[in-house]
Design a protein around this ligand. Sequence first.
Ligand code: SAM
Length: 254
Amino acid sequence: MLALHSQVAVLFEGDGDMAQFASLAEKLGIPLAQAPAFGDTPFFLTWREGALKLLDRELLKKGGLTIDIAPRSGEQRSYPAPKEGAFAQAIGRKTKTVVDATTGWAQDSLCLFRMGYDMTCIERSPIMAQLIADAFARLTHESWVQKLALAPPRLLHGNAIEVLQHLDTAPDCIYLDPMFPPKRKKSALSKKSMTLLHELVGEDLDKERLFEAALSATGRRVVIKSPDYAPPLGGRPSESFAGKLLRFDVYFKP
Ligand SMILES: C[S@@+](CC[C@H](N)C(=O)[O-])C[C@H]1O[C@@H](n2cnc3c(N)ncnc32)[C@H](O)[C@@H]1O
């Protein structure tokens, strides 16, 4: 993986207050690029249409990727959404508090948030953490969130292997969805957002250590999402729920 400052730049395209862009670049310790001088970094962070977006050089002309805070297609738009399907079964219907230790694009976290779970999110990539913080800030402006006076999920930036050791209270469930190497040509990585995330953070080579840390920090269970071709990360799971091309392996705390 390349050093962050040679990988990502904050891009100012002439819209808005440049000081906001400069302060983000300073906070992340990455360069500030000013269009049309893009420099040679492969990725950019910029605000477009009111949201912080991640772009590669191909996306410069085409919009960029942001964390989608809208419910997934087919998801019931009531709050809390029903706890149905393999994902909710694995997390547990009696579970109240969940820590997502590998938040990434936050789609799983936001889905659990909409099901009414009390969510804490951990992410170690400073770029992804910034995109998540922007998404949770946007979430607070959604009319349904305001009407129900809901607080967005908490976000903790850092390596979950360390962060999990310092939680105030043990959550009912710790959820893990680390990066696995792709196997199929048409895998989850064929989605642009996952390809880009893979290029940005690489494979998570410390997944086993993360699992151990999660098992000792959880109050009740650890749930691992894994592609169906990968062996269970923590050995034989207590329970397993199959989804489309993936599995949720559940480990109860001994
Ligand atoms: C496959 S993505 C997660 C996708 C996510 N479930 C979603 O719905 O968008 C994995 C993410 O976990 C993060 N991650 C992996 N290991 C981590 C660790 N030990 N601590 C914190 N974040 C970690 C990676 O940086 C990456 O953003």
